[in-house]
Design a protein around this ligand. Structure first.
Ligand code: SF4
Length: 668
């Protein structure tokens, strides 16, 4: 088994293989193709090339396309790999004559111009019969090389989302034996006891769905306490947040850095039916959010723009609804047509009128010998229900949601805006669409223009054009591609490089969008903007103390309430708070600065927001201990009187959650 292309090719050069199997997903298809070409150059057709993985569709028309797209591949394996690959090896052992003698289970190949398909038996495999690759030492080389360990306890997903490669599988949920999973945990933890920062990745589609999952979560937590590893675990939780899902989150405790994630994707009623997704009801979401807040766990939603029936308006409504529901973090992704998913099939593309463009997949590109390799994604940029302008406008909202909810950019200010019953999506839209009729700072116009231009220029009508552009940039920048992740890059500009105008512009947008506000409210907004600006640590000139700032409310108490109640509920007598950072944080920031000081501002700040985690380290802590609270209204009164912004049912139930004192920045 190889992950490193150089090691694999080196071995192949010295020893001709009989069969080479590749795991095949959209993120490694060009790299795989490159290796196949090298093998063909060395040994011609003497080596059997097999591709298998989630991007092999179960639909015959799509399977035929695979043979066109990857003409050097001899056999594609459908479904889970073990049964199919073992069947191929078994057939091959009989020699050339027997290999294609009869259909091979789970395999697809061409013979005499005809597609030959074996029966897909892959999910009949009893997981108790698969030896653990950890426990038999097969994965030691990867542990040694410090790759992120993956642990799998269950297989298959009972849901059928058409945008996902897992949605096409129709099989029952199966689990590996619990004792084997526990021994694998012990094994992985022991290997990594000196590398506690390495994240343990649970390769689970719905962690919490199986009855043994809470016990696995508890075991992980015990192992972490005993061995010191892991310190963080990454996973996707069960979409239905049932009791076992809550048990898993509770058991993992601090190992779970991402909190609870309710991935709604869309809530367009026809869209949900079209993609065969089953979302949680509003009541279940409210219950989940209340539970998460009571347990001081952050709660996030992920949305996809571009699914069938979605319009610009329906997505904006959903974004505003998510803000009102009290999600701590809201992520918006673009719809990607992933090879092997139902939505990426030709008839589906026609059915929904999808138009797609190509863009680089992250920074996944490299030179191997003299060949430039890059990976790409196919992004839906228009459909029967939205156009390209809508796509770009959602991209603009996406930047702002990312900056505020994931990056805590001027967080207090935007929660203040929200508390004035101003819809955040509307505010963000105004901000990213400055009117030419008004006089704005030219740098602000430039910022918006740069973002819109970058969002258009990263898209290419075909792969040839993308390849030329990516390679050109690669050489121009001495082997570094431009930041393909626009959100963090432009977030870093807002945080550090656009400070001359940001506060003035935000205040003006606030006044424009809510002309009814009185002088006191505008002055309150101005003070909060000043506080937000002062909270950002100047990374080029790190000072342990950020000074004092006058306030008339307790910012920590408001934050600990997760901004659910309006700011006036946290009113204090006039006083001041002091800003500071802890010694270990200073050390961490200074060591970053020393390491990266050679970079110009553009790269320096981008690298900072991409590597310094959690992002709360970019801000000063607030000491509000000297403040004295004003007597204020009973919270229950506020719950009853505060009208929900977007929809009718109560969105304020979480206010009843007790305000326990904690200053854990991870929980923000
Ligand atoms: S998106 Fe999640 S729930 Fe839906 S099919 Fe894929 S893995 Fe299953």
């Amino acid at each position: 088994m190889y992950k490193d292309v150089a090691l694999l090719l080196n071995r192949i050069k010295h020893q001709q293989p009989d069969i080479v199997g590749f795991s095949f997903y959209f993120w490694n298809q060009n790299l795989n193709n490159y290796v196949v070409q090298q093998i063909r150059k060395l040994y011609g057709s003497d080596v059997l090339i097999v591709f298998g993985g989630p991007s092999v569709d179960s639909d015959q028309a799509e399977q035929l396309k695979l043979f066109n797209n990857f003409p050097e591949v001899d056999i594609f394996v459908e479904g889970e790999g073990e049964a199919g690959f073992a069947a191929i090896v078994n057939s091959a052992l009989g020699g050339e004559g027997t290999l294609y003698g009869s259909p091979i289970d789970c395999s697809l190949y061409f013979q005499d111009g005809q597609l030959v398909k074996g029966e897909n038996t892959s999910t009949n495999l009893n997981l108790s019969n698969i030896p653990s690759p950890y426990l038999n030492g097969s994965l030691d080389q990867f542990l040694k090389a410090k790759y992120m360990p993956l642990l799998q306890a269950t297989r298959t997903c009972p849901y059928q989302c058409t945008f996902c490669v897992e949605g096409k599988e129709r099989a029952r949920l199966r689990a590996f034996p619990l004792e084997q999973v526990k021994r694998e945990i012990d094994y992985i933890c022991e290997w990594n006891r000196d590398r506690p920062h390495v994240v343990l990745n649970l390769a689970e589609l719905n962690f919490g769905i199986h009855r043994q999952d809470p016990e696995i979560a508890e075991y992980l937590r015990e192992a972490a306490d005993r061995v010191g590893y892991p310190r963080s675990v990454y996973f996707y939780q069960d979409k239905k947040f049932r009791e076992s899902g809550k048990q898993v989150i509770s058991a993992l405790g601090h190992l779970n850095k991402d909190g609870v994630i309710f991935s709604l994707q869309t809530d367009h009623p026809e869209g949900i039916l079209a993609i065969k997704r089953k979302n949680l009801s509003n009541e279940m979401i409210q219950d989940g959010i209340s539970w998460a807040k009571a347990n001081r766990v952050p709660v996030t939603t992920e949305l996809i723009f571009g699914l069938p029936h979605e319009t610009y308006g329906s997505m904006v409504d959903l974004l505003n609804k998510c803000v009102a529901q009290g999600f701590d973090s809201i992520m918006v992704h673009n719809l990607i047509l992933v090879e092997g998913s139902e939505l990426a099939r030709e008839p589906e593309i026609e059915r929904w009128g999808f138009h797609a463009s190509y863009r680089l997949l992250g920074n996944n590109s490299a030179m191997l010998d003299d060949t430039f390799i890059y990976e790409f994604e196919k992004v839906v940029t228009a459909s029967d229900t939205f156009n390209f302008e809508d796509f770009i406008n959602i991209r603009c909202l996406n930047l702002m949601f990312f900056s505020v909810f994931q990056g805590s950019f001027f967080k207090y200010f935007f929660h203040y805006v929200k508390s004035k019953d101003i819809l955040l999506a509307s505010f963000f839209h105004e901000f990213m669409n400055p009117s030419n009729a008004e006089e704005w700072p030219s740098a602000y116009f430039q910022f918006v223009k740069d973002f819109r231009t970058a969002a258009v220029e990263e898209l290419h009508p075909d792969l040839d054009s993308l390849a030329v552009a990516a390679e050109q940039t690669y050489f121009t920048n001495d082997g570094v591609v431009e930041p393909a992740r626009l959100n963090p890059y432009f977030y870093s500009r807002l945080m550090y490089r656009e400070r001359d105008w940001i506060e003035t512009v935000l205040l003006r947008v606030f006044c424009n969008i809510a002309p009814h506000l009185d002088g006191a409210e505008i002055s309150e907004a101005k003070n909060i903007l000043e506080l937000c600006g002062r909270l950002v640590v100047d990374l080029r000139n790190i000072q342990p103390c950020g000074g004092e700032i006058d306030v008339d409310f307790d910012p920590n108490a408001w934050r600990e309430d997760k901004f659910h109640q309006p700011k006036q509920d946290f009113a204090t007598y006039e006083g001041s708070v002091s800003l500071s950072i802890t010694d270990d944080r200073i050390e961490m920031l200074r060591s970053f600065c020393e390491r990266e000081s050679h970079l110009d501002d553009k790269d320096f700040f981008f690298v900072a927001v991409e590597t310094l985690f959690p992002r709360t380290v970019l801000f000063y802590d607030i000491d509000s201990s000297g403040l004295e609270s004003l007597p204020h209204k009973n919270i229950e009164d506020t719950v009853i009187n505060h009208s929900p912004t977007v929809f009718e049912e109560s969105v304020t139930i979480n206010a009843l959650v007790s305000r326990s004192k904690s200053s854990d920045p991870e929980m923000d």
